[in-house]
Design a protein around this ligand. Structure first.
Ligand SMILES: [Zn+2]
Ligand SMILES: [Zn+2]
Length: 364
């Protein structure tokens, strides 16, 4: 559970203590009942403080009304917390028979819980159960005249999907899919010569799926992840993109370079070039027989980059870091403003990393 304590979100202290409720029948789920736009998680603590202020200053209550709240990113915010009487269910009796969990879901704007939010609601219910809550999972509208928690969230409540030990997604249409993208994006992109998106195939697809699972975005997999990109991969990747604050078409579940690099820590498909290897090649090949290769593949990547930058003729892109390649590298160093021994044609880390941008990855 991604738990955010009162201290962590900057809660005011309650005006007076909350009556204790050590055990009860279960949990009631609520929505905001006001327009709400999904945003970046960085704004969620401030939103909690805003709601607390309106409850304490506007409604005159002693504290934030709910026991827990779950933002659209799946974080569980501590409200009154466990074992406390809430002020959300409508009457004192109802407040004692069920704990109250608020989802950051509006009556317009963000109206359907995200997959992360659904998982966060399950976490919140599991947490309350571990501290005395009964087995019931209800909506505010159950037993009290209100629209709360709104249609999509109430459907989730009644579907059984909030059951903490529910195995897999609930039957029927997946309620966590955002309404604006009912059909997952089905197109492919090529990044560093490797394909991603619906229909793509290869070990890079498996690597993405495994990284998504590791980081908690694997909820749409019923099998896998595997080497064939399916709608489940797209939906999981979209959850990951939304967690980074992307919205709309930028969160359609098809990778871009930036999110892919963030997810994996590197971009697959880029060759690796060792600085030590190309330095060794630049020191060895010029004195060896014509065409001698010390680290041919890595020298080739550097030579191709030098040729692309206009410092080496294509015919000398041959994997041998010979005299012409050293001279070309020196010319490249001078073009960066290096002089003297800093422009001796032996690669240094900074010049090599600059040359590598978008082409290869420099390692030690
Ligand atoms: Zn409510
Ligand atoms: Zn959040």
């Amino acid at each position: 559970m991604k738990f955010v304590s009162r201290a962590e979100w900057g809660a005011r202290p309650p005006r007076n203590g909350h009556p204790a409720v050590p055990a009860n029948q279960g949990v009631k789920v609520h929505y905001l009942g006001a327009p709400y736009s999904a945003g970046e998680h960085g704004t969620c603590a401030a939103y909690m403080r805003k709601v607390q202020n309106s409850h304490m200053d506007g409604n005159g209550w002693s504290d934030f009304a709910y026991n827990l709240a779950v933002c659209e990113h799946g974080y569980v915010f501590e409200g009154r917390g466990r074992n406390a009487q809430n002020a959300a269910n409508g009457t004192t009796t109802l407040n004692r028979t069920h704990f109250a969990v608020l989802a950051f879901v509006g009556d317009s704007g963000h109206t359907s819980p995200t997959a992360e939010q659904t998982a966060g609601l399950r976490d919140a219910i599991a947490y309350l159960r571990a501290h005395g809550a009964g087995r019931e999972i209800r909506g505010h509208r159950d037993g009290y005249a209100t629209d709360c928690p709104g249609g999509p969230l109430y459907q989730l409540v009644t579907s059984g999907a909030l059951e903490p030990d529910a195995a897999g997604p609930p039957p029927g249409p997946a309620p966590e899919q955002p309404a604006e993208t009912p059909i997952p994006a089905r197109y492919r992109v090529t990044i560093n010569g490797l394909e991603y998106g619906y229909g793509a195939h290869g070990p890079q697809v498996t690597a993405v799926g495994e990284a998504l699972v590791r980081q908690g975005y694997g909820t749409h997999y019923s099998v896998g992840p595997g080497p064939d990109w399916s709608d489940a991969d797209t939906l999981n990747y979209a959850s990951y993109q939304r967690s980074l604050g992307y919205v709309g078409g930028d969160a359609d579940g098809v990778p871009g370079e930036v999110t892919l690099q963030l997810l994996l820590g590197r971009l697959p498909g880029q060759p690796e070039v060792s600085l030590a290897h190309v330095v060794a090649a630049a020191r060895t090949d010029p004195g060896a027989a014509q065409g001698h290769q010390t680290y041919g593949a890595e020298a080739l990547a550097v030579e191709q980059a030098l040729a692309d930058e206009g410092h080496l003729e294509q015919q000398w892109v041959d994997g041998s870091f010979g005299t012409r390649t050293v001279a070309a590298y020196a010319a490249y160093q001078r073009s960066l403003g290096y002089v003297g021994t800093d422009a001796d044609g032996i690669p240094g880390r900074r010049s090599l990393e600059r040359l590598a941008t978008g082409r290869f990855t420099v390692t030690d």
